[in-house]
Design a protein around this ligand. Structure first.
Ligand code: ADP
Ligand code: GN1
Ligand code: MG
Length: 357
């Protein structure tokens, strides 16, 4: 049994801790004083955790300067990494587990499901502002934590490999889902090719703009702080826009199994786009704007095939809490993809209107 209190003591003298949040990747704990978040970094995924922590140090220090210059609170509007008592930004146990400590952002809420579309307006502003503030961050100084993270073609190839190998013997359970996944191939290269040709600008992006990776003020609903900075890397604005809609502009939870409850919410889309464009419209190119509707579908599709691949591989990547959890998630994302495809032109009209303002 790991002694988490002994690990916590390497950073600060505090009291007890308990599991917290519902991320799919790291193990997160809140201290009972509600001052700190202790996280066991998933080193199976983040193999080079030293470079990862250097990225986070670099990005948060940079953001803190900008926040201070704008008269904001640098300990509330971005993450603060607490060093160990001997000055390191992580602690490695004798068993090889790696932990980090952050200041807990008080009086905030993280939401896995949107309960009011206005929350998406605030999320849009928060992610748009994050992107805006990092526009002049030296991209070349960032270590590529997970290469090809949003390379949909490579994700597609990984799915095909998982189908072929059928390691977990589950292929026969998902013939319909496989058929759907393979039928979407015609648009999967759009962003990757656009980046490669220079048609789409490379920017510093968050890359995991899931709705519970922004903390909202518990009273005002404002988006206070963008968290989960593990995947900050050079990428496309379309990744951040699309992934946020995948997770936020839906009428059901990501693992809702009653698919009659899962729809793409165009009103939530409008709210998010409005907030996001407040910060990004001026620097956004016409090509990026034109691809915003597709990005929602593309990133939702990509996440869906990642869930399906993990299901076929025997659930080795995402945390699961029940037997067919990854399959439930994949089906849910594919339902959204279908609905988004029907609403692409409606999305485009909304973007065109917002761009003109
Ligand atoms: P994962 O990579 O597993 O998703 P996150 O860094 O997103 O891990 O953390 C998981 C959850 O813990 C978040 O969704 C949020 O609810 C909570 N959380 C993480 N860091 C903080 C923080 N500094 N302050 C408040 N809540 C936090
Ligand atoms: C993971 O870490 P978390 O739970 O915020 C994943 C995202 C997926 C998301 C799907 C590093 O996000 O890419 O979109 O699950 N993060 C990583 O819910 O793979
Ligand atoms: Mg997270």
């Amino acid at each position: 049994m790991v002694n988490l209190n002994a690990i916590l003591d390497q950073f600060v003298s505090d009291c007890k801790i308990a599991p917290y949040g519902d991320g799919h990747i790291n193990d997160t704990y809140l201290t009972s004083s509600r001052q700190f978040i202790l996280q066991r970094i998933n080193t199976k995924i983040f193999k080079d955790y030293e470079q990862l922590m250097n990225n986070i140090d670099g990005v948060t220090s940079f953001l803190k300067e900008k926040i201070k210059a704008a008269g904001g609170d640098p300990e509330r509007e971005t993450l603060t990494v607490i060093k160990t008592k001997d000055g390191k930004n992580f602690y490695k146990t004798e068993d090889g587990d790696v932990y980090r400590l952050y200041i807990y952002i008080n009086d905030s809420v993280a939401r896995s499901v949107v309960t009011d579309p206005v929350q998406l307006y605030h999320a849009g502003k928060a992610f748009g502002k994050f992107q805006f503030m990092l526009a002049d961050y030296p991209a070349e100084s960032l270590f590529e934590v997970i290469p090809d993270f949003h390379n949909t073609r490579k994700r597609f190839e990984a799915l095909k490999e998982a189908i072929e190998k059928d390691i977990a013997g589950r292929k026969h359970l998902v013939e319909k889902e496989i058929e759907f996944a393979l039928s979407q191939e015609h648009y999967i290269d759009t962003v990757v090719d656009g980046l490669a040709s220079g048609e789409i600008p490379l920017r510093v992006t968050h890359n995991d703009t899931k709705i519970n990776n922004v903390l909202f003020d518990k009273d005002t609903e404002e988006g206070i702080c963008v968290i989960d900075l593990d995947t900050v890397m050079p990428g496309s604005l379309l990744y951040d826009f699309g992934d946020a809609l995948r997770a936020g502009a839906t009428t059901g939870a990501e693992d809702e199994t009653d698919l009659s409850k899962v729809w793409f919410d165009i009103y939530a889309f409008k709210n998010f786009a409005k907030g996001f464009l407040e910060y990004t419209n001026a620097s956004m190119t016409d090509r990026e704007a034109e691809l915003l509707p597709l990005s929602a579908k593309l990133l939702t599709y990509e996440c869906g095939i990642r869930f399906l691949t993990d299901y076929l591989n025997g659930d080795t990547y995402f945390k699961i809490h029940r037997e067919h959890h990854n399959l439930d998630r994949a089906r849910n994302q594919f339902k959204l993809v279908e609905d988004m495809a029907n609403k692409e032109s409606e999305m485009m009209s909304i973007i065109n209107q917002l761009r003109r303002k």
